[in-house]
Design a protein around this ligand. Structure first.
Ligand code: CA
Ligand code: CA
Length: 258
């Protein structure tokens, strides 16, 4: 069964224009190393270091607080979620952005969640949670609504995850952000500002961490923002922040969904 991107939406580049998309996918192929590296390092470094440090010298990282009160992460930083927050089960993952409305253009950014098994692929296309598939098969992961313009501060799109409900065959939950019709509209993440991903403990509303996607992503039409992954019996977060030249169809293909 194929993935349906179009239902419920007025238009979407993913339905056609194979020639243009081919370019996007192939170019993205170069960056696939970036995705895989991020994933592999997430597992290996998380296992070895066992802590939030991405500091090779072992010095304690300077604590920083975001406006929401959570720890501010830097690119590539790993953070214990459940180990340092006893009883943590319900997460809210918030993604926010603002766009410069150049020449009256509208920007529709979308968050997607990929639930990956051992082979870093989705078991089925239903394991991609986004605006056209609101709940994962295990019921753990819920997409809370499609924001069409990113207006205003705060979270523009959110996903809720109940960690204890995540199917045991799922090792990693990856969060991406794409620009709808980026290729047709000639839009990229260089025209997007204040983008971030943050994780909130739903039980008490406290922000655990925030990662500002402040790099220059002007060659990217999508971003692998971060990933929540298993580490033994615990869950950790990896602030990935890799810009991609893949559109949504290309990311789906990368994770094995056709
Ligand atoms: Ca959207
Ligand atoms: Ca916004």
């Amino acid at each position: 069964m194929g993935i349906e991107f179009n239902s419920g939406r007025p238009s979407n580049v993913l339905g056609g224009q194979g020639g243009i998309q081919q370019g996007g996918i192939q170019q993205g192929g170069i960056q696939q190393g970036g995705i895989q590296q991020g994933g592999i390092q997430g597992g290996i470094q998380g296992g070895i270091q066992g802590g939030p440090a991405n500091n090779p010298f072992g010095a304690a990282p300077v604590p920083q607080a975001s406006p929401g009160g959570g720890l501010v992460l830097t690119k590539g930083q790993k953070l214990d979620l459940t180990k340092s927050n006893a009883g943590l089960d319900f997460l809210k993952v918030g993604l926010g952005w603002d766009t410069n409305h150049l020449q009256g253009q509208s920007y529709d950014l979308d968050a997607e969640v990929f639930l990956l098994g051992q082979t870093n692929t989705v078991p089925t296309s239903s394991h991609i949670v986004f605006y056209n598939n609101l709940v994962s098969p295990d019921g753990s992961t819920r997409y809370k609504g499609d924001n069409r313009d990113g207006q205003g501060s705060g979270d523009d799109e959110t996903v809720e995850i109940q960690l204890s409900r995540v199917s045991l065959d799922i090792q990693k939950i990856v969060f991406t952000v794409t620009i709808d019709e980026a290729i047709r509209k000639n839009q990229n993440f260089g025209q997007v500002s204040n983008a971030y991903i943050r994780i909130v403990n739903q039980a008490n509303g406290a922000e655990i961490c925030r990662f500002d996607l402040s790099e220059d992503y002007s060659t990217s039409i999508s971003i692998l923002a971060g990933e929540v992954y298993r580490h033994g019996n615990e869950w950790k977060f990896n602030a990935v922040g890799t810009g991609l030249t893949l559109d949504l169809a290309g990311i789906c293909a990368h994770y094995g969904a056709m």
